[in-house]
Design a binder for this molecule. Structure first.
Ligand code: ZN
Ligand code: ZN
Length: 413
């Protein structure tokens, strides 16, 4: 202890330090104490043996009196969050370089490992901020991992900014028509600015799944915008049936976070009736978005297939057997090669079955690994997918209608 006291005496010799800053160098001592109390205690003890150590500091050469302004910062923070609904927050401080540099230099010189200025400052302002809110009946708490809002105090600029983190709504959608894309497509002619070709909408398709789902949620949360994250996507001309495809709608900068999701689900389904349907919605963590994006879920499809010449039931059955036993080599399909790298991938057909409706038409169900291109599995894509149904029955074949019946996998429902 006497060594620590000696270090404290030296820190105070020829230097003004406030109780916060002095105590912070010794933050490992005495759990449950605040730095201010540690600093004060050390100062009192030193004062009793050395009159040169004053009982109270006259300013602070380290934080430059920043702690005296804690109430002002808390007040500013309260004003900044007015009208914002949140339960969790994080305080952040942009610390002037000189404060950090001097603090580190002193820690090194006296071989002391106290907590950083920033940490104590965040805590002190946060403590007051939380207390004031709780006086008004609002309970909030600090969340280091996924705070709903982040308050950043810039000490140099004397400026406080609020960052409102996104709200994430999970659900599944069913798409009942073959004419709309999952997300908004900008017009190809004008790039979204609006032109004659797109009737000045800036869009290639009048509607999308995203645009049918997001407006009520955006309105209720009073957010600034949305982003739609699907667990993959179906072709525009394919329906999405069964339990639907998992998605997360990200709402940017929401002012409101408590939502009547049942009512919103009803509203979406009424307004999009006949086109899109959503399953029960729920709020989730932002980490779900990454999970959705990186999962290549197995899927079950139903395809209506047309052959350019009659095919026998036996031939079809034999082809199914080969497809189930052979890994499928798929070179990136021509129809997506303008936006995807040209490479060959191997995917499996886990199960395939079906029957002829007439000699040149069949209904086929395929359970495939994630990433299997169904239209090409049927047509062969001019030899880019091998083997293909067309190759095996020896007759050109194409998908005339495609439905996704299930997106399988471990999702949140
Ligand atoms: Zn200080
Ligand atoms: Zn246009």
């Amino acid at each position: 202890m006497s060594i620590l006291l000696e270090k404290a005496r030296q820190l105070l010799s020829g230097r003004e330090l406030c109780d916060h800053c002095l105590g912070r160098f010794f933050s490992a001592l005495g759990s449950g104490l605040r730095n201010r109390e540690r600093g004060r205690a050390l100062r009192v003890v030193l004062h009793m043996t050395d009159r040169a150590i004053a009982l109270a500091s006259n300013g602070c050469g380290l934080c430059r009196g920043a702690f005296a302004h804690v109430p002002e910062w808390a007040e500013r923070a309260l004003q900044a969050v007015e009208g914002l609904e949140f339960q969790t927050y994080l305080m952040g401080t942009r610390v002037p370089f000189e404060i950090e540099a001097l603090e580190q230099a002193l820690q090194k010189e006296y071989d002391l490992r106290g907590e950083p200025f920033k940490q104590e400052f965040n805590r002190e302002v946060g403590r007051l901020f939380g207390a004031r809110l709780s006086e008004r009946g609002r309970l909030v708490h600090v969340d280091f991992r996924e705070p709903q809002i982040v308050l950043v105090m810039d000490l140099q600029q004397a400026k406080l900014t609020v960052q409102i983190n996104s709200l994430f709504v999970y659900g599944r959608y069913r798409k009942l028509v073959r004419t709309i894309p999952q997300t908004r497509w900008p017009c190809r002619a004008c790039g979204g600015r609006g032109c004659e070709e797109c009737a000045f909408t800036g869009k290639r398709y009048a509607e999308s799944v995203e645009e049918l789902i997001s407006p009520p949620l955006l309105r209720e949360t009073r957010g600034s915008g949305t982003a739609f994250h699907g667990a993959g996507r179906e072709d525009i001309d394919a329906r999405m049936l069964g339990r639907g495809r998992p998605f997360v709608l990200e709402i940017k900068e929401p002012k409101i976070r408590t939502l009547d999701l049942e009512r919103l689900q009803r509203e979406i389904n009424e307004q999009a009736a006949g086109k899109v349907e959503v399953s029960p919605l729920k709020l989730v963590s932002g980490s779900v978005v990454e999970r959705l994006k990186h999962c290549e879920a197995e899927k079950i499809y139903e395809a209506r297939v047309r052959f350019s010449a009659p095919v026998s039931p036996d031939r079809l059955r034999e082809a199914f057997a080969v497809l189930e036993q052979t890994p499928i080599q798929q070179r990136t399909p021509r129809r997506v090669s303008h936006r995807r790298a040209d490479l060959v991938r191997t995917r499996r057909v886990l199960a395939i079955s079906g029957e002829l409706v007439n000699p040149t038409e069949a209904r086929i169900r395929v359970h495939g690994e994630g990433g299997l291109y169904i239209k090409e599995l049927i047509s062969g894509d001019e030899g880019r997918t091998r083997p293909s149904l067309s190759e095996l029955v020896g007759v050109p074949a194409e998908v005339v209608e495609l439905d996704v019946l299930e997106v399988l996998g471990d999702f949140l429902d």
